[in-house]
Design a protein around this ligand. Sequence first.
Ligand code: SAM
Length: 315
Amino acid sequence: MVDTAPRGTGANGVEGGVGLTALLVAAARAIETHRPDSLAQDVYAEHFVRSAPASAHWPVHLDQAPDGDASPLWGRFARYFGLRTRVLDDFLLRSVRSGGARQVVLLGAGLDARAFRLDWPPDCVIFEIDRDGVLAFKHEVLGALSAAPRATRVPVAADLRTDWAGALRAAGFDPAVPTAWLAEGLLFYLPGAAETDLIGTVDRLSAAGSALAYEVKLEKDLMEYRASPLYTSTREQLGIDLLSLFSREQRPDSAARLASSGWSASVHTPFEFTHRHGRGPLPDNRNDALAGNRWVFASRPGPERQRPRRPGPWC
Ligand code: SAM
């Protein structure tokens, strides 16, 4: 029998472990794209979902989800990812348009298609770091679509729990150039020490005028949310046990660490952005797995203002 599944669908790719979570976010983005009140458009997302055997049968449109918007997974959780996509699209575009960043680094890029779908300045370079299997799958799917990036795009295969800075620099990253960094849906999969190292590396490689956005979970004991509708539906419907993938070690206070290095950092709940955009997930006081999620925006002052200051205009 001929195997027609794209490269990168093995256990080191998108078919298992943490790689599968990249497909979950892609499915959510596909659903968001088809909503009449969509917050973000990603025409590539459904192609990723349909191309991997593990997700080929998942919904890519709300009509295909049995309970539609009432589904905790394809309704509220997918809307969370849609809102997150939009807020972080805005962060990156603002960083390169008015913030002066000329490099973008997507840490744990997964199936993020921003290089292909956003309107970047012509001299912008986008580095995408993820595990090689995930990048191979992405390459195959986008190649089959003849998708063309709208900026210089440089995939970098690396494990973010190890010393990834060398691979990034070897790929052409220039620490003298202001950079917009993004760790979207990544840090809670890393051990605490790896998060500390990653933030330290970002700090070390960031010229004045750089910016960073990342997502954290503040819950002290994630297992308290094991029976939550979001985790239960993800486990039962997709076979993805998010709590078994998350690191349950004590988390470092990365925002405080950045502040002590002269960055300005501000911490927000997703619900603040639901309010701002008029759509997105609302707070739910019944065992809500999103209750501890925070989106952090940090900036390193430009040359004109090196002293710590209030956060940049993206939040
Ligand atoms: N940022 C993307 C998005 O929001 O669509 C992907 C998010 S997905 C939930 C998590 C991604 O982090 C996966 O693509 C996974 O392969 C990547 N990842 C997790 N641990 C990693 C590690 N140690 N090194 C490199 N990538 C990692």
